[in-house]
Design a binder for this molecule. Structure first.
Ligand SMILES: NC(=O)c1ccc[n+]([C@@H]2O[C@H](COP(=O)([O-])OP(=O)(O)OC[C@H]3O[C@@H](n4cnc5c(N)ncnc54)[C@H](O)[C@@H]3O)[C@@H](O)[C@H]2O)c1
Length: 326
């Protein structure tokens, strides 16, 4: 389906545009409030249609699917101007930093009969896809523990690091979402702690530890240090333990250790969040439209992940008390 992009900022240039270019998805128009950005995106894509008014982009007859890469603030009002076009939408996560507002957005999308999905691209990163396949094939038996370690660096001044609880509500949202993907469940309670580091540039907390409780034996813990010296100290590791085997995975590799001894050593997995994860989120929406099914990353599904993040932020503000996820 032919795409029109609204919002030509950081993520559009780093991920949306490279993914569409690499995999020959036709982008027919772009829009940004700032003319230079829209013009630059059009040049990058080799197209002529660019504009500064989102409604104009949505109503452009060539556009079949609207890809929204604007920040969460102002998003509800922006969406309201687009519903009249009746075109499907792929919306960047999170829908909102506020759960009530996100619920209202979901209702409005439904009332306007719009087919929409939220860009949970990490689900389609090739390593995530491989882990999910192994879990579906019951390679691990019953899963009893998931542990995630993330080490990155966003110690900077920006609109997003100015957001209170950014580490839970925006960046960490990906890892919470993968917990739902891997476990096929939404946890019932969370206990979280977040911290600033003395002298940091970012306004938001850059460290978290999070524990999720489920209604079965599964135990989940996540650690995030978003201020390690870059880039040599970056890391992303998953440990998933089941009654038959364990998985260890990074962003681009996976190994399996079996009690039977038939191990699979660390093996490289081709592809990454960008561009493959972004292409996957787009393709899953197109597939849902063509097969008339609800997209797996529907706004309602996104709410389940957002609830985990909002509850984690609430727990952190109470010093780590267990908080219900609902
Ligand atoms: N999925 C991921 O991996 C991932 C990674 C980073 C950011 N994001 C998300 O992507 C979104 C955008 O983040 P970003 O860092 O690219 O922001 P950004 O500020 O760099 O870019 C956003 C662009 O949208 C434009 N814009 C805002 N409102 C607009 C409107 N009404 N009409 C047209 N243009 C408008 C701005 O002018 C800006 O150029 C956020 O929701 C963020 O959380 C997702």
């Amino acid at each position: 389906m032919k795409v029109g992009i609204i919002g030509c900022g950081r993520i559009a240039f780093e991920a949306h545009i490279p993914a569409y270019k690499k995999y020959n998805v036709e982008v027919v128009g772009v829009c940004d409030l700032i003319e230079d950005r829209a013009k630059k995106a059009a040049e990058e894509l080799g197209i002529s249609f660019y504009c500064m008014d989102a409604r104009e982009l949505a109503e452009y007859s060539e556009v079949e699917l609207i890809d929204i890469a604007t920040p969460p603030y102002g998003r509800r009002d922006l969406l309201k101007t687009l519903y009249k076009s009746n075109k499907p939408m792929l919306i960047q996560k999170p829908l909102s930093y506020d759960l009530d507002e996100a619920k209202e957005i979901c209702k409005e999308i439904k009332n306007n009969k719009i087919i929409a999905a939220v860009n949970h691209n990490a689900r389609w990163a090739p390593v995530s896809v491989k882990i999910k396949e192994l879990l579906q094939e019951k390679e691990l038996g019953e899963i009893y523990q998931i542990h995630h370690i993330n080490r990155f660096n966003e110690n900077l001044k920006s609109w997003y690091t100015d957001v209170n609880n950014y580490i839970f509500l925006d960046h960490g949202l990906h890892y919470f979402d993968l917990i739902r993907l891997f476990s096929d469940k939404t946890p019932i309670q969370v206990s979280a702690i977040s911290r600033n580091v003395p002298g940091q540039l970012a306004k938001c907390e850059l460290l978290y530890t999070v524990n999720f409780k489920f209604d079965n034996l599964l135990v989940v813990s996540l650690y995030f240090n978003n201020l390690v010296p870059a880039p040599y100290a970056f890391d992303c590791q998953w440990f998933i333990d089941g009654t038959k085997a364990s998985i260890k995975a990074t962003l681009d590799s996976i190994s399996i250790q079996r009690f039977s001894g038939e191990d699979v050593p660390m093996t490289k997995v081709e592809g990454d969040w960008v561009p493959e994860g972004f292409l996957g989120a787009y393709e899953a929406l197109v597939h849902a439209i063509k097969t008339k099914k609800i997209p797996p990353h529907s706004p309602e599904d996104h709410l389940e992940t957002l609830k985990m993040a909002i509850a984690a932020a609430k727990s952190a503000s109470s010093g780590g008390k267990w908080v219900d996820i609902n």
